[in-house]
Design a protein around this ligand. Sequence first.
Ligand code: COA
Length: 173
Amino acid sequence: MKRAVYPGTFDPITFGHLDIIERSAKVVDELVIGILADSRKKNPLFTIEERLHMLQESTKQFSNISIQVFDGMTVDFAKKNNANLIIRGLRAVTDFESELQISQANQQLDSSIDTMFFTTSLEYAFLSSSIVKEMASYGTDISLFVPKPVVGMFHQKFPDLISAEKLNETSLL
Ligand code: COA
């Protein structure tokens, strides 16, 4: 049984993450998505409970995926789940340097755990959770970048957010 973990902050999950989830779930038997609770990233927009909810809602279509919240090191999270593979996405050269360093550090910590990289699909190469949050904070429609359940959760945080439906209505006038 090939089991992998896909760790991240997911504040929020984007179509870029979903692309990696979908593709990696095809090559492993089980994929455990790990939401890092004690992320060094300051002031997350969404609580752990909200991120867990959005990931559950956005990955319902996959039968071999589970989601957990974890604290501490990713290798320990992988070990706890009997996984010997860590999945990561690579968007650009800038990701490569830091991901290489992290994967090598993880290898030193536990040589039985490998990292498998997926190159992010071109259409999501520019995407990041921060970009989506910035767009939403200015009221821009974000439905092209995040799954539908996440759009709904953004509307609760930013009531002035423009919906795709509303944009269509306006352009028809
Ligand atoms: N498409 C679109 N966006 C993507 C993406 C993709 N395929 N892959 C990553 N991103 C974006 C994310 O949206 C995020 O954007 P943000 O910085 O604006 O929030 C950014 O790239 C990085 O996110 P992510 O890939 O989720 O990683 P992360 O930085 O949130 O989390 C951990 C990194 C959790 C894997 C890493 O910090 C970790 O393992 N921490 C635990 C401690 C540890 O074991 N450290 C390693 C050894 S020292």
